[in-house]
Structures are given as structure tokens and as C-alpha cells.
Design a protein around this ligand. Structure first.
Ligand code: HEC
Ligand code: HEC
Length: 488
């Protein structure tokens, strides 16, 4: 009895406690109900007051360069470029270029054609004929020179030019001579060449002002401490320690440099000539690959000056992509770096991404020094041949390796053929286009080294706007065409 009374009292006390809370919640529930019943509170895509007459020439500037560009007139697999490209295609897919025989260029880059889908982690090797610099720091100035660097780079193919030349003298001799004529006489004695060897990598470092500016601008105090304590321990200037880290590269296997240096100058010259031709062949193949048949290009083709843009929509380029294009051109200000048919200004900018964990990358400040000292660059003895077209080499002769704006700056990448990518940015840190755009939307991190480019500003786009921007970027993907007429 007593128990029941106590319980009833408790229930009543409970009721009394809840009543004011329920009363307080009523207005909240009311507002929530009203919110659900009322129409959409406002545009989640801002007004984009860009006139068709303003947009039309911009679309023209982003459109594929037609195929009136000098794409090897009458190119076919029987022209000399076509034959070099045919050999290049075979070499690109062959594992004969590394001593272990376990890797080809295609192991990392996949076969660019006939696949329409790139290996998703690396940028697709397409439209390279329009690029000025190769690699995210622009270490090389032609596709051929980039190929030769990839072959000997310990983190890429880890091969050596002597090994590759021996392959041309052996199993590849017929293929090689069919394109480049007889091998140099000096090389025909099989015992004259060691089985592996390459020149010593040049000792590279920053000018003191660049290294000091790098040190002064470092955003991560933990990393800065580690540089300073290492420098103190080794009685080095901290700027020198930073420079050392920036150019750090695994040394070639023991004996390779000595074997190369023991050769006579005539042998060295002949080896380099054959090695450069391997770059010419693979470079010709890669320069033939273009991807300009995207939904955006077809929209641009349909659009005539005297009709509204809306009348040219359809076929993968709808109103949604058009809004994305307007956001890209207008409030996004993306065109200030991603311009022209490959959507890159071919320049280098600091977007604040030079550090990943303990690794710091100097970006263009490193790449410009490498490009200038690369013996296969435009002004080197094989430069013109590797470029496959005449050049005054102004890119190299006017290169300023002391420009401190190069610190932490990376190449503006092309925005074509991103649709199947699973990694973005030079260090592949983002796994989706959405996270990449979210980075631009907020831009919260400080630049790890150097200063973030002032042209970058947090976008503050809504979710719907980011979706439209991504839709536009995805409309720039297309299948790959081979202009050299290489048989696949
Ligand atoms: C172990 C994987 C790997 C192998 C093997 C490899 N690459 Fe690469 N390659 C890469 C990576 C990673 C990059 C991006 C480097 C950067 O951003 O600086 C790259 C970049 C390039 C670029 C520059 C692309 C651009 O848009 O600037 C070219 C050209 C290239 N590779 C050609 C080749 C060729 C030719 C071969 C074979 C001789 C080859 N690669 C072998 C991983 C590889
Ligand atoms: C100041 C020049 C600049 C501006 C402005 C700029 N970008 Fe970039 N963008 C870059 C650079 C440089 C990179 C490469 C950064 C890196 O590798 O660390 C990049 C990378 C990207 C990538 C990744 C591509 C890849 O291959 O990994 C996308 C996507 C992109 N930008 C889209 C945009 C969009 C959309 C806008 C406008 C909202 C924009 N960018 C504005 C310079 C710029």
C-alpha cells in the first residue's frame, strides 16, 4: 500500500517535471513543421550574371584546338615520326628496359590506348604535346627528356642507360635500326660496354637566398625544429640542411657510375646518342596521344555565336554542367590558372600543399634547378631532337632558379580526363574530386613552405554549387586518340 502511494507520487512528480519541457518544445516543433511545409528558403546556387556574349569567347578558348594544329602532316605509321612512335609504343609496354625485367612504363601508367579509362591513380599521359614542363615540379622540358629521367630515376624504372643501350644492341637491334639507322660503330664490339652504368647525378643545391627564404617561410615548427637540430648536430647552416633534404635522391647502385666513367669519350657520346633515341621513340608515341573529344568540346562545337548557350545543351553537357562552367569562369576564378584548351597556364603556383607528414617538397624551386642542369634539356646536344619540333629554348634560357615564388609551387595540372582518377594533386593526397574541391572551398591550411598564391581564395560554394562544378570538370573527359596512326 505504502509502496503504491510512493510510486503514484513518483509518477506525478515525473509528469510535473516533463510538462514545462513539453511546453517549451512546442514552439520548436512548430517552427520545424513550418520549415518543412514552406517552399525552399532560397537559391542554393547563386545568381551567375554572365552573359552568353561574355561566355562564348571563353568557351572557344577552352575548346580543343581543332585538329588543324601541326599534328605531323599526313601522319601515318609509315612516316618517320610514325615509325618512331610505333617503336616507342612497343618500348613503353616492354619490360626489357629494366635489369630485373619486372617493370615497364605501362606498369605504372597503364596502356594509354586503346583504353579509354586511365589507371586511376596517376594523371593520364595524354595531351602531353601541348605541355611545356613535365612532372609536377617541371623537372624536364620535353616528353622525351621526361622519359629518359623516368628510366634512370631510382623511384621509377631504376634502370641505367648502359643497360638500355645494350638492349638496343641485342634483342631490339632490328627495331632500333629500322627507325634510326645503323647503330654507332663504336658500340658494335659487345665487350666494349659494361652491363650497367650511368653518369653521376649532378650535385644540386639552392642558392643561399632561396634556401633562406624557404627556411623563413616554413609553416610547420616541428619540421623546422628537426632541420635545425640536424644542422646543429652536423655543424651545417640550417639553410644547407633544408636544401639537402629538398634535393635528396637515392644514389645509383654501387659501381654504376664508375663503370660509366671508365668508358672512352667516344663510347660515352655514342651511348648517349642511342639512349636519347630511346627517348625520341617513346616521346613520339606519347606526343601522339590526345584526348579532346569530350562532352564539353561537343557542346562548344554545337554552340554558334548567334544562338543562346542553352540551345547547344545536350549529349552529356546539360544545364548542370553549364552552371558548373559559369562557376568555374565567374566566382571560382579558376581560369586565372586553369586556362586554354588543356586548362593549364603551364605555370607553377603555390596552393599550400608542399608538406605531407614529414616530407616537404620544394616544388618548382627544386624542379627549375633540375630542368636547368638536365643534359637532355632543350639547350643540350639532343634537346631539339627530343622536343620533336623547333624551339628557341626560351623556356630554359629565361629560367630563373632564384625566384622565391617557386618555393612550394607545383605545376598547374591539366583538368582534362579527370573523370576516372582516384588520386589528385602532386602527392596524390586526395582520393576524390569532391575532396579536392572541398579543399579549394575552405583553404584552411597554411602553406608549408613559401606563400600561398594570392589568386587562391576560399570559394565558400554551397554543396549544390560544388556538385555543378564537379559535373563541369567531369564533362572534360574523353577517349584517347592516337594522331601518329600507331597500330594498337
Ligand atoms: C614506378 C611507377 C612509374 C613508372 C615505372 C614510370 N612512371 Fe612515369 N610517372 C610516375 C609518377 C608517380 C609520375 C608523376 C611525377 C610527378 O608528378 O612529378 C610520373 C610522371 C611521368 C611523366 C610526366 C607527366 C606529366 O604530365 O607531367 C611522363 C612523361 C612519364 N611519367 C613517362 C614515363 C615513361 C615514358 C615511363 C617508362 C620509361 C615511366 N613514366 C615509368 C610513375 C612512374
Ligand atoms: C593560383 C592558381 C590556381 C587557381 C586559381 C586554381 N587552381 Fe586548381 N590547381 C592549381 C595547382 C598549382 C594545382 C596542383 C597543386 C598540387 O599538385 O599540389 C591545381 C590542382 C587542381 C586540381 C587537381 C588536378 C589533379 O590532376 O590532381 C583540380 C581538380 C583543380 N585544381 C581545380 C581547380 C578549380 C575548380 C579551381 C577554381 C575554383 C582552381 N583549380 C583554381 C592552380 C590553381
Amino acid at each position: 500500500m505504502l509502496q503504491r502511494t510512493v510510486r503514484r507520487q513518483n509518477v506525478q512528480i515525473g509528469k510535473r517535471r516533463w510538462r514545462p519541457i513539453a511546453i517549451a518544445l512546442l514552439p520548436v516543433l512548430g517552427i520545424a513543421l513550418l520549415y518543412l511545409l514552406l517552399p525552399d528558403p532560397g537559391p542554393r546556387i547563386r545568381d551567375l550574371p554572365i552573359l552568353d556574349t561574355e561566355l562564348y569567347p571563353i568557351v572557344g578558348s577552352l575548346r580543343a584546338p581543332g585538329f588543324s594544329i601541326p599534328l605531323v602532316p599526313g601522319a601515318s605509321s609509315s612516316s618517320s615520326d610514325g615509325r618512331a612512335a610505333q617503336l616507342g609504343r612497343k618500348l613503353f609496354h616492354s619490360s626489357d628496359l629494366t635489369p630485373n625485367g619486372d617493370m615497364s612504363c605501362a606498369s605504372c601508367h597503364a596502356s594509354p590506348t586503346p583504353l579509354t579509362v586511365a589507371r586511376p591513380t596517376l594523371p593520364q599521359l595524354v595531351n602531353l604535346r601541348f605541355a611545356h614542363w613535365f612532372g609536377s615540379s617541371g623537372d624536364t622540358d620535353s616528353v622525351g627528356a621526361a622519359t629518359l629521367a623516368a628510366l634512370e630515376d631510382p623511384t621509377h624504372m631504376a634502370s641505367s642507360r648502359l643497360f638500355i643501350v645494350k638492349q638496343m644492341l641485342g634483342p631490339w637491334r632490328r627495331d632500333y635500326e629500322a627507325v634510326f639507322g645503323n647503330l654507332p660503330g663504336e658500340l658494335l664490339d659487345p665487350d666494349a660496354l659494361p652491363s650497367a652504368g650511368l653518369p653521376a647525378p649532378p650535385p644540386l643545391q639552392w642558392e643561399v637566398n632561396v634556401a633562406a627564404a624557404g627556411l623563413a617561410s616554413m609553416g610547420d615548427s616541428h619540421l623546422l625544429d628537426s632541420i635545425i637540430s640536424k644542422a646543429i648536430g652536423e655543424h651545417l647552416a640550417p639553410a644547407l640542411e633544408l636544401s639537402r633534404r629538398a634535393f635528396d635522391r637515392a644514389p645509383p647502385p654501387p659501381g654504376w657510375v664508375a663503370a660509366y666513367e671508365k668508358m672512352s669519350p667516344a663510347h660515352i657520346a655514342a651511348v648517349n646518342q642511342v639512349y636519347a633515341n630511346v627517348g625520341v621513340a617513346i616521346g613520339s608515341y606519347l606526343r601522339g596521344l590526345v584526348a579532346f573529344d569530350s562532352a564539353f568540346d561537343r557542346f562548344a562545337d554545337r554552340w554558334r555565336e548567334n544562338i543562346p548557350a542553352a540551345a547547344a545543351l545536350g549529349d552529356g553537357f546539360t544545364d548542370h554542367e553549364l552552371i558548373g562552367l559559369k562557376l568555374f569562369v565567374g566566382p571560382g576564378k579558376c581560369l586565372s590558372c586553369h586556362s586554354g584548351a588543356t586548362l593549364t597556364d603551364q605555370k607553377f603556383h603555390n596552393s599550400g600543399l608542399s608538406q605531407l607528414g614529414e616530407t616537404i617538397m620544394g616544388g618548382r624551386a627544386v624542379g627549375s634547378v633540375r630542368a636547368l642542369t638536365n643534359p637532355f634539356n632543350c639547350i643540350g646536344p639532343f634537346g631539339q631532337k627530343l622536343r620533336r619540333e623547333a624551339s628557341d629554348c626560351a623556356d630554359i634560357t629565361t629560367l630563373n632558379t632564384e625566384d622565391i615564388r617557386n618555393l612550394g609551387a607545383f605545376k598547374t595540372p591539366s583538368l582534362r580526363n579527370l573523370a576516372h582518377r582516384q588520386r589528385f594533386m602532386h602527392d596524390q593526397r586526395f582520393t576524390t574530386l569532391e575532396t579536392t574541391l572541398a579543399y579549394y572551398n575552405e583553404l584552411t591550411d597554411r602553406a608549408a613552405i613559401g606563400q600561398r598564391d594570392p589568386a587562391l581564395h576560399p570559394l565558400g560554394f554551397t554543396g549544390e554549387e560544388l556538385e555543378a562544378l564537379a559535373a563541369f570538370l567531369n564533362s572534360l573527359s574523353s577517349s584517347v586518340r592516337d594522331l601518329n596512326g600507331v597500330r594498337h
